[in-house]
Design a protein around this ligand. Structure first.
Ligand SMILES: NC(=O)c1ccc[n+]([C@@H]2O[C@H](COP(=O)([O-])OP(=O)(O)OC[C@H]3O[C@@H](n4cnc5c(N)ncnc54)[C@H](O)[C@@H]3O)[C@@H](O)[C@H]2O)c1
Length: 450
């Protein structure tokens, strides 16, 4: 299938791609705002910005240095702008509204992950896309990191034969992990829990790496560390009486961009960015574990931890002929020490420099073999392992550069969130949940079979 930008480039030679963005928060103003204007200014221009918070909207317009019109209502923006793409970077639970309205108004869409937060919204997006004849691109940046791509190449080349099972563990440290409990991500009705908000990345990687789709999920999870699990709580870190005793106290005032985006605009919508991690309103899980059965027979063991002393992940693919293992930032496996407090800020930055002398290693072991074979890629710390900028380059500059079907659409968006939604249901019902209970999509053993 043609990527939508292919037809755009052919039909409009020499013209810039016109972008309108809804959701001028952190991600919207940075990767999908300022970065586009820095890295892709020759091929892209903004024709509209929208956010329900007029203060944040005005600040981001000046921060980005654009002159395009601004809107506090998506319906008005969709009526007034002539855009090639609507970029959706709002709160997760509102993605469906932005995507469906944009498609119905005749626009192609680029949406941040997760595509949406429940199965009904998911169905509505799939139907709207089909009816509109327009296209939704889901921004799965991690696929585009050089490390993830090298792993994909080894698996696609059958390096250790047919894969039969996978062990996958993701650890969020107490700085990054806690940040999900300070704001809307901690509310089930806003982010669908970390099963969806965060793990959509991990489930998408699994689906892509395994080239298959999930059929059944069995999961456990609970909230045992954050939220109600503390003797004291406040409303926000600023001015909190518990500051001297609270290890999770976070000074939002130390970062100018956070002050400009959030603190200065609280009066418009009451959005508190440095909310209390001990709030009684937090209703998501902070430890999660799942088993996922794939249509091609692969079994996956997955876990997500939100209060680890270090941040990193590790994965092992067991194949008929051997085993592939890799990891990022597991302290006892890597040579350079990481500052855990600064780590998240660097990852969210757009720096694309390889860390001098540092590599990610992928180990392939052959059954009955004597030693492992070591594959290496340069380690890139910023922009989600270099995934952010590579993804945008493919979207805006090289739409035909699509190795291993790395560009993702609504089917990929759906299959990744459906694992998390099934996990939530499995916990609630205390039984395994089939993907077919949530969608009419029939999981494919091979993602690219017709
Ligand atoms: N791919 C990644 O690695 C990555 C990283 C960070 C964030 N994200 C995604 O980006 C999105 C935004 O995250 P963020 O951290 O910037 O959040 P944020 O809270 O900083 O920004 C969200 C913005 O959406 C606005 N908004 C909410 N409802 C709206 C509505 N109905 N109409 C218009 N605007 C509305 C809010 O006012 C806010 O400005 C989320 O979906 C998140 O999952 C992805």
């Amino acid at each position: 299938m043609l990527h939508p930008f292919t037809s755009f480039a052919a039909a409009n030679p020499g013209q810039k791609i016109k972008l309108a963005l809804v959701g001028t928060g952190s991600r919207g103003s940075s990767l999908w705002g300022k970065t586009i204007l820095t890295e892709f200014k020759d091929v892209c221009e903004f024709v509209g910005l929208c956010d329900i918070n007029p203060g944040r909207l005005a600040y981001v317009k000046s921060y980005m240095g654009v002159t395009c019109p601004t809107f506090t209502n998506i319906d008005v923006m969709l009526k007034e702008v002539k855009a090639d793409y609507i970029i959706v970077t709002t709160v997760d639970a509102t993605h469906d509204e932005m995507i469906v309205k944009s498609l119905n108004a005749g626009f192609n869409v680029i949406t941040e992950k997760p595509m949406t937060t429940d199965e009904d919204k998911c169905r509505k997006i799939l139907e709207a896309e089909k009816k509109s004849g327009k296209k939704v691109t889901v921004a799965f940046n991690y696929r585009h990191s050089v490390h993830a791509m090298q792993l994909k190449e080894l698996l696609a080349a059958n390096r250790v034969g047919k894969i039969t099972s996978v062990d996958f563990n993701w650890y969020l440290n107490v700085h990054h992990g806690a940040d999900y409990f300070r704001r809307w991500h901690g509310r089930m009705n806003k982010g669908g829990s970390l099963w969806v908000h965060k793990a959509t990345h991990h489930f998408d990687l699994l689906n892509w790496w395994l080239n298959s789709e999930p059929v059944e999920v069995s999961a456990y999870g609970s909230l045992e560390h954050y939220g109600k699990n503390n003797a004291f709580r406040g409303t926000k870190c600023r001015g909190c009486e518990h500051k001297p005793n609270c290890k999770f106290h976070w000074d939002i005032m130390a970062n100018k961009q956070n002050v400009n985006l959030y603190v200065n605009n609280e009066q418009h919508d009451g959005y508190i960015r440095d909310g209390c991690v001990w709030s009684n309103e937090i209703d998501i899980f902070d430890k999660m574990s799942a088993q996922i059965k794939y249509a091609n027979g692969v079994l996956v063991n997955y876990s997500l931890t939100t209060y680890s002393p270090y941040e990193g992940w590790q994965i092992a693919f067991n194949g008929m002929k051997g085993r592939i293992e890799t990891w990022e930032d597991i302290p006892y496996l890597q040579k350079t020490k990481v500052d855990e407090e600064k780590r998240h800020a660097i990852e969210m930055s757009n720096a694309d420099d390889a860390i001098k002398g540092e590599v990610n290693e992928i180990l392939a072991w052959d059954n009955f073999g004597k030693d492992q074979e070591v594959y290496t890629t340069p380690k890139i710390r910023g922009g989600h392992g270099g995934g952010d900028i590579r993804m945008q380059k493919r979207i805006f500059v090289d739409p035909n550069d699509n190795p291993h079907h790395v560009m993702a659409g609504t089917r990929d968006g759906a299959m990744s969130i459906l694992i998390g939604i099934a996990a939530r249901k499995s916990i609630a019902l205390n039984r395994p949940v089939k993907i077919s209970e949530l969608t009419d999509l029939v999981p494919k053993a091979n993602r690219h079979e017709v």
